[in-house]
Design a protein. Structure first.
Length: 257
């Protein structure tokens, strides 16, 4: 499900850039009216500096968002594999200890799927994380009790798998909620884009007529670029999704017969 606040970034950004572009053009026209000969002196240097900064911001933020996107996908796969491994090692326990623990595993996996489904809603995500944490603690206690009479080798294999499963869940929780750059970076990206629009409009003040094709292409390209970076940073809220990766965990849940 798309989050409307995230999807609205592109049109709001584009609208803001068009307004600021026109503001810059009018400022330049007024300056030229006062100084016909040197009104636009030095504009090229300012444009070069601001557009260069914008290019660096786009490069670094896009690269960082892409890297974190890949990490999040890998964490989902790693957690699904860890849950599947721990589930298989339940076969090492005595038959009497298995049914209750298997049912707890099913509840835990359902809770983890709910965490993924609500990852952009922080309050709902924290609620499901707490629920999954409680069930995970129950799994650990049941696993310790169930393996206590099965010998050290069985206890070592099972508890190591359960411990890895729970550790990966904690790591995945951190990746979903906290593996993001500070918000000031996104504000800097947006404000620099608006500054680019301002100086671009100022630089076109010498032209008597507006070239709407260039203006719209400039605003559309830059606003979509900013949106894609933010969307990549929050891949479960916009058009960029990692839902296909969740099928790995859903497959693990379906195998829990």
């Amino acid at each position: 499900m798309l989050d409307s606040s995230l999807v609205a970034i592109a049109p709001l950004m584009m609208g803001g850039m068009l307004v600021v572009y026109e503001l810059g053009r009018r400022m330049g026209r007024r300056r030229l009216a006062r100084e016909p000969d040197g009104g636009l002196a030095g504009v090229g240097a300012v444009e070069g500096g601001i557009f260069g900064l914008m290019g660096l911001l786009i490069a670094f933020t896009f690269s960082g968002a892409q890297g974190r996107y890949d990490i999040r996908k890998r964490f989902v796969v790693d957690e699904a594999n860890a849950i599947g491994t721990a589930w298989l090692r339940l076969d090492l326990l005595p038959e009497a200890a298995q049914p209750a623990l298997r049912e707890t595993f099913r509840r835990y996996t359902d809770a983890r799927l709910a965490v993924y489904a609500s990852s952009f809603d922080v309050s709902a995500s924290l609620k499901h994380i707490a629920e999954a944490g409680g069930v995970g603690q129950s799994i650990w206690e049941q696993a310790v009790a169930g393996s206590s009479g099965s010998g050290p080798q069985v206890a070592s294999l099972l508890l190591a798998a359960v411990n890895e499963m729970l550790d990966l869940a904690n790591l995945r929780n951190s990746a979903a909620l906290f593996f993001h750059p500070p918000w000031i970076i996104f504000w800097m990206l947006g404000l620099t884009a608006l500054a680019c629009a301002l100086v671009a409009g100022y630089g076109t003040a010498a032209s008597r007529s507006r070239c709407w094709v260039h203006t719209l292409a400039f605003a559309l390209t830059l606003s979509l670029t900013v949106y894609v970076i933010v969307d990549l940073e929050f891949p479960r809220a916009g058009f960029i999704r990692v839902d296909a990766v969740d099928e790995v965990l859903q497959t693990a849940r379906a195998a829990m017969k």
